[in-house]
Design a protein around this ligand. Structure first.
Ligand code: ADE
Length: 256
């Protein structure tokens, strides 16, 4: 299955380099992922190509206009949309999920990435930080935030979504780097990794990793994952499947 992302942005050049680089760049070249980048300004109606305007009611900054965004959505969905009043919104058109990036959205995480990776078509509207006309929400399935901080625009958030979702699509990662051992996959942070040299400035690789004993290596890694998670993101442990013995270890770490 090919997944297609369509990104609606005021800064199309922003995407030129990231989508040609690394794992995602390779997947795009191979046709496993398709990414269309659309300039919202191409869907404006006036000669100045106005895509934002001052907010009604006053206040600082500019607000992204509703018509160019909806016209862009219509064009990429190749499907007409009635005006919002009493009309069917474009939500779910062609099975597409329409996402607006926004610091006010629900927090994007590994589970959200997995859900999106099961879809064939994802449309991402990059909001600007000053705001987007609220009527755009009539056409949006989901508002996503990539964290509790404010970016100047949604482009970096859109790239984070394409990258995190794209790498979960079959065939995007090679077998060697499969996502099965990722942090979050089993509800825990990943265990620490080492590669050559065995000793760097007196710092040694843990001997168990050189032992060749895979059962011991697995259990060391599991224990390290639990310790890392306990120290850095203890809230994740509530939802992680753990044995009674592991829960006891966590309690002893928490006691200090
Ligand atoms: N736009 C501005 N800040 C953002 C954030 N944290 N996540 C998603 N989109 C944004």
């Amino acid at each position: 299955m090919t997944t297609r992302f369509d990104i609606l942005t005021l800064l199309p050049d922003f995407f030129l380099s990231p989508l040609t680089q690394g794992v995602i760049g390779r997947a795009v070249t191979k046709g496993i992922l398709e990414v269309g980048v659309h300039n919202i300004r191409d869907y404006t109606l006036d000669k100045h190509r106005t895509a934002d305007d001052p907010p009604y009611g006053g206040g600082p900054g500019m607000v992204m206009k509703v018509e160019p965004i909806v016209r862009a959505l219509e064009a990429i969905a190749k499907k007409g949309v009635e005006p919002p009043e009493g009309a069917q919104p474009l939500q779910g058109a062609d099975g597409a999920k329409i996402i607006l990036t926004s610091p006010c959205g629900i927090k994007f995480n590994h589970n959200a990435a997995k859900e999106l990776a099961g879809l064939g078509r994802i449309v991402i509207i990059c909001g600007r930080y000053e705001g987007v006309d609220e009527r755009v929400m009539e056409f949006v399935d989901m508002e996503l935030s990539i964290g509790d901080y404010v970016l100047t625009g949604g482009e970096i958030a859109a790239l984070a979504v394409v990258d995190a979702v794209g790498r979960l699509m079959p065939g995007v990662l090679g077998d060697d780097d499969s996502s099965g051992h990722d942090s979050f996959t089993d509800g825990l942070l990943e265990y620490p990794q080492y590669t050559r040299p065995e000793v760097f400035r007196g710092m040694k690789v843990p001997p168990v990793l050189l032992s060749g004993n895979h059962a011991e290596i697995d259990s060391w890694r599991r224990a390290e994952s639990i310790k890392h998670t306990c120290r850095r993101r203890p809230e994740l442990l509530d939802a992680a499947p753990l044995t009674d013995a592991e829960k006891a270890v966590i309690e002893s770490i928490k006691q200090g």
